[in-house]
Ligand binder design. Structure first.
Ligand SMILES: C[S@@+](CC[C@H](N)C(=O)[O-])C[C@H]1O[C@@H](n2cnc3c(N)ncnc32)[C@H](O)[C@@H]1O
Length: 188
């Protein structure tokens, strides 16, 4: 993987970007409970993990950007782990919940990422992916902007995100609101 990463640069500014940390929909889909083992994959500076930890859950933030993870380390208590989400350093069925917010379009291999997140989720657990909805004009313009910045973004529609989990033992459902789409994967 390349040594330059946009997010190492963005990390310095990232936490100053006006946040919209935990939407009601994400909270509802995740259904976090005290003591839950939660993996925030591509969790960056841990801004969402920090909010989820307040409910008594045990958070692990994984990301491959040193810069972003430094933010997660500063927050404390989030078990920051440097790794590519395509190859997670955790045994199977390690987590009750796995979330990925605003990161799927940035990864190198979306299919491999989906399979890895599914592997580390325990049976009966929930995996939630939140992405900008590429079926909206605003996000199409955002995608164009990211292309102009030479970012390797590759946005998928909700249906194509769901297709990454085809054939796996799970129930899939999609929610959409404004410019965001959520995929809920409930593992059998
Ligand atoms: C837009 S940020 C979102 C961070 C966080 N989820 C949030 O909502 O605040 C995308 C994150 O995905 C991470 N990322 C991108 N590709 C990755 C990969 N293949 N493996 C691990 N992390 C990755 C980036 O380093 C970055 O921190």
């Amino acid at each position: 993987m390349p040594t330059f990463d946009h997010f190492d640069v963005a990390a310095r500014f990232y936490e100053n970007i006006p946040p919209a940390p935990l939407s009601a929909i994400l909270s509802d889909l995740l259904a976090v409970f005290p003591g839950a083992r939660i993996l925030d994959a591509g969790g960056g500076t841990g801004r969402l993990a920090q909010v989820l930890a307040q409910s008594g859950a045990r958070l692990t933030v994984t990301d491959f950007s040193h810069g972003m993870l430094r933010g997660a380390m500063r927050k404390g208590g989030l078990s920051p782990t440097r790794a590519a989400v395509e190859r997670l350093p955790f045994p199977g069925a390690s987590f009750d919940r796995v979330l990925m917010v605003d990161a799927l379009h940035h990864v190198y291999h979306q299919g491999q990422t989906a399979r890895e997140m599914f592997r580390v989720l325990r049976p009966g657990g929930r995996l939630v992916i939140e992405e900008p909805d590429i079926d909206t004009l605003t996000v199409k313009l955002l995608a164009l902007g990211e292309k102009l910045l030479f970012m390797r973004s590759h946005f998928l529609s909700g249906e194509r995100m769901a297709a990454l989990f085809a054939g796996l033992p799970a129930a899939l459902s999609l929610r959409r609101e404004d410019h965001t789409v959520w995929l809920l994967v409930e593992k059998d």
